[in-house]
Design a protein around this ligand. Structure first.
Ligand SMILES: [Zn+2]
Length: 158
């Protein structure tokens, strides 16, 4: 069925405001991307329930159960919600906590930190997905420990 154009022209379409961000693409350098905004129903369509619970409701996976806790190889860990590069295997260390731990993000611009009670929560800057928390008991050179849920990440090995 083809609708006459006039019927489209008369509809008032309110476009949501687009928010642009500057983030780091590990191959291209600084890039401008649109912030990814989806409704809970839209996120549920693209995520299994456990991932939705961790990333959209700030849940925490059980320690020693995640896919990447023991991984010690190289590669890049991308956001499971939007594909932003978040962490590198080069910065991963074994914290003994049962969660993937990194002493720095792949690029500081790509993560968002915010107060969560007496802890500091770490989120993906592009899709606002919950990743985990950052603590100040990590190894040199930063002394930081980004304690991240495996399920918030997807790994591309290199
Ligand atoms: Zn994301």
């Amino acid at each position: 069925m083809v609708l006459p154009l006039a019927s489209c022209a008369k509809r008032e379409v309110v476009m949501p405001e687009r928010e642009m961000l500057r983030i780091v693409d590990l191959e291209k350098g600084m890039v401008t991307v649109e912030k990814m905004v989806k409704s809970p129903a839209e996120w549920r369509q693209v995520m299994k329930p456990t991932r939705y619970w961790v990333m959209r409701e700030a849940g925490t996976e059980q320690p020693f159960t995640g896919e990447y806790g023991k991984y010690q190889g190289t590669g890049t860990f991308y956001c499971a919600g939007c594909g932003t590069a978040l962490f590198s295997g080069e910065h991963k260390f074994d914290s003994g906590t049962g969660w993937p731990s990194f002493w720095q993000p792949a690029a500081p611009q790509n993560v968002l930190k915010r107060a969560d009670g007496d802890r500091v929560e770490v989120r993906c800057v592009r899709c606002d997905g919950h990743l985990g928390h950052v603590f100040d008991d990590g190894p040199p050179p930063t002394g930081l420990r980004y304690c991240i849920n495996s399920i918030s990440l997807t790994l591309t090995k290199s």
